[in-house]
Design a protein around this ligand. Structure first.
Ligand code: SAM
Length: 250
């Protein structure tokens, strides 16, 4: 059926792809991908022939130029599939402008859900999952990173960040300083891959670990919410004080 299909692709293990996504890849008229090489590889692994179908690169650097071509294909009644390099498109990845343009032109948007590093990490971190906030990549200069962390200090949910191995030590050090070293956190590395690893501890502990050990690969950092003072206890205290003062006057 015509429409723009946003498909999730594996974040490590090639078999983490849904049967429906394979069906869509096998039957779409036009395939667009952030990274055509990795998409070709994925098609190969799953035995899907591209045949005469176009495989178009669509990423942050050529989006404005390529988008009209994809929208034209939709206008011609074609089915267009879009995959980012890994995981779910539009989650710290391109696709938003394309999806928005398709909706604005009245085309059907179809999602074929699947892996995302953020949710995979959330299930492994051992931190509360009832509420969470995806904060993407932090700025890469110390000053702007600290400001961004400060803005997130009181979010009442687990914070989820993507981080590069180059900056993980500095990021944890800054987070410990801004949010307090006692906050619980987790560093999830190389998810679904051979060297998958989850480090759990306080921000101080994790910052110390990463200062002495170089972590490689792809990383998600999760940080527990801040524990605000228990407001009922504070209120009880002041109420009691007031009552005692009243007593001494009489
Ligand atoms: N769209 C992707 C998703 O849905 O997760 C994210 C793309 S973003 C450009 C890439 C970042 O995601 C990496 O730098 C890393 O922080 C995180 N990531 C992706 N795959 C990962 C994996 N297998 N293990 C840990 N983190 C991963």
């Amino acid at each position: 059926a015509p429409g723009l299909y946003l498909i999730a692709t594996p974040i490590g293990t090639a078999r983490d792809i849904t049967l429906r996504t394979l069906d869509i890849l096998a039957s779409a008229d036009v395939i667009a991908a952030e990274d055509t090489r990795s998409l070709r590889k994925l098609l190969d692994i799953h035995g899907i022939a591209l045949g005469e179908r176009p495989l178009i690169a669509y990423h942050d650097h050529n989006g404005d130029r390529v988008r009209p071509r994809l929208i034209q294909a939709l206008e011609a009644g074609k089915s267009v599939v879009y995959a980012s390099e890994a995981g779910t498109p539009m989650v710290a990845d391109p696709g938003y402008d394309l999806a928005r343009a398709a909706v604005a032109e009245g085309h059907t948007l179809i999602s074929a859900p699947g892996p995302s590093a953020a949710i995979t990490a959330l299930t492994l971190a051992g931190l509360p999952t009832d509420r969470f906030f995806f904060a993407g990549f932090l700025p890469n200069t110390a000053g702007r990173r600290k400001t961004a962390l400060q803005e997130l200090a009181e979010v009442p949910g687990t914070l989820i960040f993507y981080e590069s191995p180059k900056r993980i030590a500095a990021m944890l050090r800054d987070a410990a300083q801004v949010l307090g070293g006692a906050r619980r956190a987790a560093v999830c590395r190389e998810l679904t891959k051979k060297f998958e690893e989850v480090l759990r501890g306080t921000l101080d502990e994790l910052a110390a670990t990463c200062a002495e050990r170089t972590l490689k690969g792809e990383i998600v950092v999760l940080i527990d919410r801040g524990h605000l003072p228990n407001i009922r206890e504070v209120d009880l205290d002041s109420a009691l004080n007031e009552a005692l003062q009243g007593l001494s006057v009489r």
